[in-house]
Design a protein around this ligand. Structure first.
Ligand SMILES: Nc1ncnc2c1ncn2[C@@H]1O[C@H](COP(=O)(O)OP(=O)(O)OP(=O)(O)O)[C@@H](O)[C@H]1O
Ligand SMILES: [Mg+2]
Length: 166
């Protein structure tokens, strides 16, 4: 388990396990997130095919996003409406220039109470606001994944508190 209070590790042995972890995080957002007092930003990192999109899609489903959820690889940012708040699903993999990050208007989106989920967040870490939560996914086998959740803010810490129950 975690070695420090700001980190939670979770092992998934199947896609179903990954979905369950996403459901717990979604519950964390439902309880802890108050968009009227500002948004939140989460980075997801991990190699190609580790399951970032899979996890973000599951998370959005549990947050009430209906309809198709496509991967934002080519569009960089796909906005969705959850049942309680707006969500931006981003993929920073193809971002090459600093201006592309400026143009996204992340600060404004955060002041408008959006939840921003960024695949390949590490690629924009120097330019983007500090994340509340950093999720690292490691591939351990064909279906096995290790999730490392690192809280970077008080809100992030409250969120990962919802992951510790099994
Ligand atoms: N336990 C698991 N959790 C998540 N995905 C899993 C798991 N086991 C197998 N998979 C498979 O791994 C793949 C993950 O692909 P996904 O597109 O989510 O990766 P990604 O990290 O977003 O990659 P990219 O960097 O290309 O965007 C999917 O095909 C999914 O079905
Ligand atoms: Mg992806």
């Amino acid at each position: 388990m975690s070695t420090d209070s700001a980190t939670v590790m979770r092992r998934a042995r199947s896609e179903e396990d990954s979905r369950r972890i996403a459901a717990q995080l979604a519950q964390g957002f439902e309880v802890e997130f108050n968009p009227t007092s500002g948004g939140a930003i989460v980075f997801l990192n991990g190699t190609l095919g580790s399951g970032k999109t899979f996890f973000v899609q599951a998370l959005q489903r549990y947050l009430g996003v209906t309809g198709e959820i496509v991967s934002p690889t080519f569009t960089i940012c796909v906005p969705h409406r959850g049942s309680l708040f707006d969500i931006w699903h981003m993929d920073a993999y193809r971002i090459e220039h600093d201006e592309e990050v400026d143009e996204l208007g992340l600060d404004e989106a955060l002041s408008n109470g959006k939840l921003i989920l960024v695949e390949w967040g590490e690629k924009i870490a120097k330019l983007a606001p500090l994340p509340d939560l950093d999720i690292q996914i490691e591939v351990l086998g064909e279906r096995e994944r290790e999730f490392r959740f690192v809280a970077k803010s008080t809100f992030g810490l409250a969120l990962i508190g919802h992951l510790s129950q099994t």
